[in-house]
Every structure is written in C-alpha cells, then in structure tokens.
Design a protein around this ligand. Structure first.
Ligand code: COA
Ligand code: MG
Length: 295
C-alpha cells in the first residue's frame, strides 16, 4: 500500500456524529477522532461506541482516520483500544506520551487486539504526542523503541505543556510561541527526523484567525514539519495549500537534481549547492509526487 501524503490532520470530538461525518467528507488529508480532552468524562463510553460504529460503517473516502486515545495515566487507554480496534482505524494517537515504555505498552496492546480482530499484525500506526509534560519533553531525544515499526509520526502540543509549566501564556506579543514552547517544538522536529517519521505541528487554537494560522504554518514548513493538525474545517485549506510544494520549489528541486547528477558540488545563481541541497531537493520531489504536483 502506498502511504498517502498527509499535510493536514483534522481533530473532531468522538461524541459528535454530525461533526465526525463532516470531518470525513472535508478536505483534510487525515482525521483524528478524539476520545481524550474534547470528550467530557461522562460521554467517554458513548464516544467509544460511536467511534467504533462510524469506523465500521461510514464511508471514509480512503482517508486515513486516527483515534486519539486517553492517556495511560487515566487508566482508560486499554478500554478505548478494546472498543475501537475492530473498526480498523488507520492509526491511533497517544497523548501525553511519557516515553518509549508507553509506546511499547501500546504496541503490545495493539498486537493482541489485532490478533483478536483478524487485523494484520503491526498494521495500526501510532502517532505520539510527546511534548505534553516537562519530563516527556526533556526525554524526547531519539527514543530507541521496539514500537518503532508502528510509529508514523510525532505531534507536538503547546496547550497541555503550558498547563504543566504553569505559564500565563505560551505566546508573545507578536503571536509567536515563547522560547519554552519553541524548545518543545524543536525537540519534536529533531526526534521525528532522527526516527524517520513525520513531524506534525501543533494545532492553532484561534481558529477564526486564518492569517495567524498561515504565518504559523509557513514557519512550520520552513523548519521541516510536513504536516499540521487542525481543529476546524476552515483551517484545512490553508494548511493543505502551504504544505504542498510550489511549482517554483519543484522546478528548483529538478534543477538541483540535474546539476548534481554526477558531481557533488555545483553553482546555482551564484551560490554553492552540494549534496545537502540534493537531499532537500529529493524531499521536495517526493512530496510533490505524493501531493500530485507536477513540474
Ligand atoms: N470537524 C468537523 N466539523 C466541524 C469541526 C470539526 N473539527 N469544527 C466545526 N465543525 C463544523 C460545525 O459543526 C459547523 O457545522 P454546521 O455549519 O453544519 O453547523 C461548522 O463546522 C461551523 O462551525 P463553527 O460554528 O464555526 O464552530 P463551532 O462553534 O461549532 O465549533 C469548536 C468550534 C472548537 C468546538 C469545533 O471546531 C471543534 O469541535 N473542534 C475540534 C476540537 C477538538 O477535537 N479538540 C481536540 C484536539 S485539540
Ligand atoms: Mg491536549
């Protein structure tokens, strides 16, 4: 199976059928059905059942659908998994991940439930939210884990982390993240790269401010993130557009590939280009192909 290129992942609360159907028919490249913080404690049971039914019966239109589980410290993770895995989600999102031990625990639960429900072993992917506590953010280097084969991506989040740190705000007067959150974001980017998985930028909570979203998505793309999470369908078009390589970038990438076809270093518009640029060019070409951009 070819792995679809995911630029946008739209969160939707797991207890709202209408919104869930809307999310599935939206332009988002992937959907994350949330069983965690968007669902009130007394609605968790209902959300699990609804999510399983929707996964089993709704037309996903080929869209990858993740389910965000409740974190291990709630004691609900296994209950969530046992309820939804028979619906064959494309992947699960583990919030407040404290480290590789939790990824391994999740992977072994998945293995058992895949066997129970006759699902191919190892086929349910994991996206981990790994910057939601201070300890997890500090530990996030290059986790050496036996769950690596399932790991699709790392998502970072600034909201729970500010609650942990007791911050009055996580943004400065220009709307950008303050240093403690830029640090967490960087940890996520480095770790994802080291592991060879997708780096997913955090949600932009002020969903009416599309200009702010655009600015933040540009910064994410500039730094190497390949996708961004969304909380509202309005945010998806901005993210998809910015996360798709532009024709100029694709042209530049092909120029680099031609120039460096049989030499390590060359000159382009008065500047040196070498194998580092070739690696960037290769990434752009792969992403252009995956998102249907031609030269
Ligand atoms: N997925 C699908 N549809 C959504 C949606 C989402 N994430 N967010 C909003 N919509 C729908 C609404 O249901 C509404 O549909 P309607 O016109 O048929 O009534 C339409 O889009 C416009 O919504 P709007 O009125 O602008 O927003 P709202 O006040 O209804 O909802 C939120 C605002 C924040 C509650 C909502 O966007 C949401 O639930 N987001 C996801 C939250 C989440 O999952 N958080 C966890 C991760 S951080
Ligand atoms: Mg959260």
């Amino acid at each position: 199976m070819t792995v679809p290129s995911i630029r946008s992942l739209l969160f939707v609360p797991g207890d709202g059928e209408t919104k869930m159907l809307k999310a599935l028919s939206s332009e988002a490249d992937a959907v994350i059905i949330d069983l965690e913080d968007a669902v009130a404690p007394e609605r968790k049971g209902y959300a699990r059942e609804l999510t399983r039914d929707l996964l089993s019966h709704a037309d996903r239109g080929g869209k990858p659908v993740f389910v965000r589980l409740n974190a291990f410290d709630t004691g609900m993770t296994a209950v969530d998994l046992a309820a939804v895995i028979s619906g064959r989600p494309w992947g699960v999102v583990l919030p407040k991940c404290a480290g590789p031990d939790e990824l391994e625990r999740l992977s072994s639960y998945l293995e058992a439930l895949e066997a129970r429900d006759s699902i191919e072993s190892g086929s349910t992917r994991i996206c981990s939210v790994a910057t939601e506590t201070a300890a997890a953010t500090l530990k996030l280097s290059c986790p050496d884990t036996s769950a690596a084969h399932r790991l699709w991506g790392l998502l970072w989040g600034g909201e729970d982390l500010s609650a942990t740190l007791g911050a009055l705000s996580n943004r400065d007067a220009t709307g950008g993240y303050t240093f403690p959150y830029q640090f967490a974001r960087s940890q996520c980017l480095y770790a994802a790269n080291a592991l060879g998985v997708q780096a997913v930028d955090a949600v932009y909570p002020d969903f009416r401010d599309l200009q702010g979203l655009e600015q933040e998505t540009r910064v994410a793309l500039r730094d190497g993130f390949t996708a961004k999470a969304a909380i509202h369908p309005h945010q998806v078009a901005v993210i998809n557009q910015l996360m798709t390589p532009t024709p100029d970038q694709v042209e530049w990438a092909h120029q680099i590939m031609a120039l460096l076809a049989d030499t390590g270093v060359a000159r382009l518009e008065g500047k040196m280009v070498d194998l580092a640029h070739k690696r960037i060019a290769e990434r752009i070409i792969v992403r252009a192909k995956a998102t249907g951009v031609s030269r």
